[in-house]
Design a protein around this ligand. Sequence first.
Ligand code: ASP
Ligand code: MG
Length: 420
Amino acid sequence: MLSSQVPQSPSCRAHKFGGSSLADAGRIRHVASLMLGAEESRQVVVVSAMQGTTNALIAMTNAAAAGEDWQSAWSSLRTQHADAASALLDAPIALHAWIDARFGDIADLLRAVSLLRQPGRAALDRIQGMGEVLSAMLLQAHLRARGADYALLDARDVLLVRHAELGAVVDWDESARRLAAWRAANPQARVVATGFVASGEDGLPTVLGRNGSDFSGAIFAALFDAAELHIWSDVDGVLSADPRLVPEAVSLGSMSYREACELAYFGAKVIHPQTMTPAIARGLPILMRNTFKPEFPGTRIDADGDGGHGGPVKGLTLDPGLALVSLEGAGLIGVPGTAERVFAALHAARISVVMISQGSSEHSICSVVRERDAEAARRALLDAFSRELDGGQVQGVQVVPGISVLAAVGDGMAGKPGVA
Ligand code: ASP
Ligand code: MG
């Protein structure tokens, strides 16, 4: 069944590799071998930074802003990239010069941050995105050294985004236009592209948010009109439960977009739902694969999932660290608009609600929030309902900490009696 899931030689595939798949020269070499061995005629390979690089770049920026030493971390990161270049190329001189120039740019920016004593958005975005610029160059240079003609796409040159409350929003028309112009000059069938980075509305470099490379993978899969998106990490696809809690957890062969979004919502290590929107919009299958076990098929996520053949429950997730906040009052019964006021108060306090329930008696409204938000939620509700509390229509706001949500996820559960 699994082998028949992968279409033969699709015209174009997009691949995205996470930081752990690119942690050192040996792993970059392995990724290159995987990509050289892939049979698709067109290919776009989207990369994260080498493992730990983004964190290191952010830490350096914060250190510079605090007037502390950033030079030692900068110098070890430079050495790490230079060493990888030496290991990946027989003639690394030009690549070393390029890497030195990039680290020179980073040092210039860090000096500016240190003088200004603040990590401005523009400087931080420029610095934290450098990891992907470096890793993409290392991989492309190595692929070329092995005789393959790969173009190098710096996403900051084509991908235009605007930041909104729910994250980065892609300007598809403009990005497609810029990509077409870039393709005219770079017509190679195979491309290595930087994940995570983009260009903002002000024309300055920006980033898609932490762990944004999966989103980059889906965006470039869409822009390159790929038939599939393969997301490579260090696990066997999507597991049926957290293996640290459930040793019997198994990798799921297939699942639907809906199931994947729900599992991700409840904290399973899937992909961020936002990541999937460009793929879902095009019905593009996403294959979650293990870089270190390429023969393993991983998990295929698409519109149909397994079509209901895999049983009603796909996976279990446990989301700990939550609290139950409930507003109780006999005076709430039959009063319209109470729920809206609860959510408005929590929204104003910028508290995200994980789950809600209201009994049909309408005597209480319960919200599940992150434990760290529980006290603020309690205060927000006491504030919003102070008149009703004074008047006795509302009896109080109760907080129960130490809550976990155990979620069973599966499209097949809907309308099927007896699953609970
Ligand atoms: N390197 C970026 C980060 O660590 C993006 C990514 O890896 O997805 O957040
Ligand atoms: Mg990552």
